[in-house]
Design a protein around this ligand. Structure first.
Ligand SMILES: NC(=O)c1ccc[n+]([C@@H]2O[C@H](COP(=O)([O-])OP(=O)(O)OC[C@H]3O[C@@H](n4cnc5c(N)ncnc54)[C@H](O)[C@@H]3O)[C@@H](O)[C@H]2O)c1
Length: 256
């Protein structure tokens, strides 16, 4: 394996590592040698990802936490520390979506989504980053943003606001953690069919997505592994921080 992308000896924490995209990204990290903590709200689906990693010869363990309940994140960080002694890579994948139009949106629904997509990510990162700073061995934090973070997509008001904020958080923390040699970047995935967006992928919308995607297809979650391993590896991307890296089939490069 090229040394540039070798993660042997590194520990990765994949929050939402049981998700469609997060699971694939976690598998990519494991395949390149990282020992991976798969953290999900649902332990059964986290165990499934662990099984796939182990079957492929990798090392992983499933943990349970809900990023909208930070006491569970504190507890899981302690459990992961007991298992691995620390971590070098944090992947932030949890995310929720909703199609409620702005004029019908309630504060309860706004809070529910923001508690996961923004507050959950900000404060879970705080918990894991404190340890990274203490360890003094640098590291890489990778957030998952969205094409909706730059020019918002229709029908996903709260989601778009949350992901725009994730871009800002990514760039702010890149500056904050640079003195500790911890890099913070985000991946901007285009469209990948998954549980959270299934309800908004109507026939019309799919057509419209394809019209705006030069590569003319959905992404395959495995196509996020290259960007993830690149951003995780200090050897490959040691001078890259605050980057918002698109993996979107060209969607963000096209207007009409
Ligand atoms: N699928 C896409 O096209 C696409 C595009 C851009 C960004 N994303 C982002 O990718 C990430 C993964 O989503 P996905 O598309 O794989 O969908 P998914 O439905 O498979 O996964 C969503 C994940 O979020 C987790 N989650 C939700 N609420 C949580 C909570 N309170 N605590 C912990 N975990 C919680 C779920 O358990 C699941 O692991 C999300 O951040 C999503 O916004 C997806």
């Amino acid at each position: 394996m090229s040394k540039l992308f070798d993660l042997t000896g590194k520990v990765a924490v994949a929050l939402g590592g049981n998700s469609t995209l997060g699971g694939s990204m976690a598998k990519g990290l494991a395949e390149h040698g990282a020992k991976v903590a798969i953290v999900g709200r649902n332990l059964d689906t986290a165990e499934e990802v662990v099984k796939e990693i182990k079957n492929a010869g990798g090392e992983a363990k499933a943990f349970k936490a809900d990023v909208s309940d930070l006491s569970t994140v504190e507890s899981v960080a302690t459990e992961i520390e007991e298992w691995s002694g620390g971590w070098d890579i944090l992947l932030n994948a949890p995310g929720m979506n909703s199609t409620t139009p702005y004029l019908e949106l309630t504060t309860e629904e706004w809070d529910k989504i923001m508690d996961v997509n923004l507050k959950g990510i900000v404060f879970a990162t705080q918990i894991f980053a404190k340890k990274m700073v203490e360890q003094q061995r640098g590291g890489s934090i990778i957030n998952i943003s969205s094409v909706s973070s730059t020019t918002p997509l229709s029908k996903v008001f709260t989601y778009s606001a949350s992901k725009a904020a994730i871009n800002s958080v990514t760039q702010y923390l890149a500056r904050e953690f640079a003195p500790h040699n911890i890099r913070v970047n985000a991946i901007i995935p285009g469209f990948f069919p998954a549980e959270q967006n299934r309800k908004i992928l109507s026939e019309d919308r799919v057509q419209s997505i394809m019209n705006h995607t030069p590569i003319k297809r959905f992404g395959d979650p495995e196509e996020l592994q290259g960007a993830t391993v690149y951003l995780a590896s200090d050897k490959a991307s040691g001078f890259v921080t605050g980057e918002l890296l698109r993996v979107d089939g060209g969607f963000g490069s096209m207007t009409i």
